[in-house]
Design a protein around this ligand. Structure first.
Ligand SMILES: C[S@@+](CC[C@H](N)C(=O)[O-])C[C@H]1O[C@@H](n2cnc3c(N)ncnc32)[C@H](O)[C@@H]1O
Length: 307
């Protein structure tokens, strides 16, 4: 896939399913108005982080807030009236982005998800969560809760008097219940070495997490825009779920990784942790049908490890 670099006004068609390798601030004057149905915003958090040579430095709270306000405000003209917006952050950055989002959008919820990884701290609680703010442009927005149900093992298998399972299903592989998703997600696994989606990007988001956002807040063929694309997770998931996408990423190597991942979807369009139209809790791979098969670079197949 050829990477784009914008220097004149771009049409929606010319941006569809493309990656722009450019500083978002330099690309944005050329973007069309009102083309985005779902905005995924996963900007650098207010932490010093080396993105493959592009170093983002932690700033005073005021400076970060002002930077983020500029980013958020400049994105508003690209949103359609019924668009949804998800913004990722860590607990500290969350406090800075919330007032900005509250000023420009309708903030509807804060999702907190468990990273299940992270360094232990000797004199503090291990930092094991991240936030995702859910916002909309207006009160008219799309939300498909049926598409993001969670399949969980039944701990208390209550039955009706006639012996039939109450709200749960008895299967060969165990007893499961389909539940409505809350804003606390403990079924997410950070990509690790044995997962095909894994890259060396330092803050890569899991495909399963992104799939929840896309399935809840976009329809097939909707336009998903991600101005801080990183390793391309939102674009890859958009392609797998038949949404249109466009992403911007300043780092060329990351753009190439994203393009490679997009290419790989031709052979494998599965999303780990999502099958049979539902999201599965962690460590349930053996119960999912069909088992997902991953092709190795040599063309062999190997069954995925549990998440
Ligand atoms: C938090 S990461 C996004 C990770 C991504 N969601 C993924 O799953 O891989 C933020 C990304 O923004 C990129 N970035 C930082 N400043 C940028 C800018 N001004 N324009 C475009 N991309 C930028 C960084 O290189 C980094 O890859």
């Amino acid at each position: 896939m050829d990477l784009l670099c914008l220097s004149e006004a771009a049409s929606v068609a010319s941006l569809t399913d493309r990656i722009i390798n450019q500083d978002f601030c330099l690309a944005r004057p050329f973007l069309p108005e009102g083309f985005v149905d779902l905005l995924i915003l996963d900007p650098p958090y207010n932490l010093t982080k080396n993105y493959n040579g592009h170093i983002f430095r932690s700033q005073e709270a005021e400076a970060y807030t002002s930077w983020f306000d500029d980013v958020a405000a400049s994105l508003l003209p690209f949103l359609r009236p019924a668009a949804s917006v998800y913004v990722c952050s860590d607990w500290r950055t969350s406090n800075l982005v919330f007032p900005v989002l509250d000023k420009h959008l309708h903030v509807r919820n804060r999702i907190t998800w468990e990273r299940e990884k992270g360094r232990g701290a000797k004199a503090n609680w291990k930092n094991n969560t991240e936030d995702i703010w859910f916002c909309t442009v207006s009160d008219d927005y799309y939300f498909n809760v049926e598409a993001v149900k969670l399949k969980r093992r039944v701990i208390a298998p209550y039955r009706f008097d006639d012996g039939e399972p109450k709200d749960w299903e008895e299967t060969q592989n165990g007893n499961y219940r389909l539940t409505y998703p809350s804003n606390l997600w403990s079924d997410i696994t950070i990509p690790f070495w044995s997962m095909p989606e894994n890259t060396d990007h330092p803050t890569q988001k899991p495909e399963k997490l992104m799939a929840k956002l896309l399935l809840a807040s976009s329809r097939p063929n909707d336009f998903v825009f991600d101005p801080f694309l990183g390793s391309g997770t939102s674009a890859v998931v958009a392609k797998k779920l038949h949404r249109r996408f466009c992403g911007i990423e300043i780092n060329r190597a990351y753009c190439c990784w994203a393009a490679k991942r997009l290419q790989q979807t031709e052979d494998d369009s599965t999303i780990q942790g999502y099958s049979d139209g539902v999201f599965w809790e962690r460590n349930s791979l053996n119960d999912q049908t069909p088992h997902k098969i991953h092709r190795t670079p040599r063309g062999n197949t190997l069954e995925l490890f549990n998440e």
